[in-house]
Ligand binder design. Sequence first.
Ligand SMILES: [Fe+2]
Length: 356
Amino acid sequence: MKGTNHTRVLIADDDTLVREAVRKILRMFGHEVVAVPSGEEALQQLSAEIDLIILDINMPGMDGFETMRQINRRDLGIPVIFLTGVGSMEYAVKAINLGAYDFIPKPIEDLDIFNVKIRRAIEKRMYVLQERVYKENLEREVKDKTKELAEKNRLLEEYSRNLEVSALNTMLTLQTALEEKDMYTAGHTIRVTNYAISIAQALRLTAGDIAVLEQACQVHDIGKLVIDVNYIRKPGSLTGEEWALMRKHPEIGANIIKPLSFMQQELFIVRHHHERLDGKGYPDGIGGNELDILTKVITVADSYDAMTSKRSYKVNMDTVAAIAELDRCAGSQFDPEVVRVFTEVLRNGNTTGVAF
Ligand SMILES: [Fe+2]
């Protein structure tokens, strides 16, 4: 039916008289006809351009049933009508089981009934074709929409990753600016990050844990942004009130990070980077197993850098003295295993900028 208004009917009957009679009738009703004398030739002529197949049952070689079985395998959705001179029930059941659409008794006596049967079968063919086109369109549409959705999802993920990166970069810029304003703290974040990563690698922590630790180190003192930096730079010791304010920076830092859903693990580390193993640290006084390994690592790295850097209110220790101090505080302030590993790292000179 494609590309033409005519319907094309394929008829297979070994009886020339019947075949030619059916051909004439079909032409009279305006159909194109392909008439063949056998099942084998019917299969050769079979294509999606055929709208209806009329099969004789008894044919030499491949009979009508076998021909229909082969037609079914092609799954073209073409209705098949059997031409039958045999009024056997057994034949009818077999044909129905094979999916035959209708029967036309031979000889054809009532042209009106014949015409109705043919038209009905062709209408059925039209429905099948429309349904197939509809299904194909629907499948294509679903496929297109799925693809479109996946692309939107990818863009969204990329956008959200970019947002994460830019949020982190903003914080890093602010923190670096804060540190650079003060000669005593310049480079603190970078050094703490390097020490912490060296310890984490020596502890054989996972790449995922190390990435979290790195990000946490980069923003661990972000809370100092909202504290008057004059306190940090002030020569001499801080007063009790000034210390109290300084001690708020882990909490403030955690509050700054809180809205960033992708940094919830880092938030814990930032909040607790001044806690102690014995629970005497701040802000929450948690210790022991309440502190995760990443927090235990940053406390050692952070304290070591504080000890070895010059601060406005104290003279810096050398590496030997700082290691001795870490050892002294292992088990109370620091996790002994982390201290042991860090000492080893320092002795082997495996951290950036550390010579021992
Ligand atoms: Fe800190």
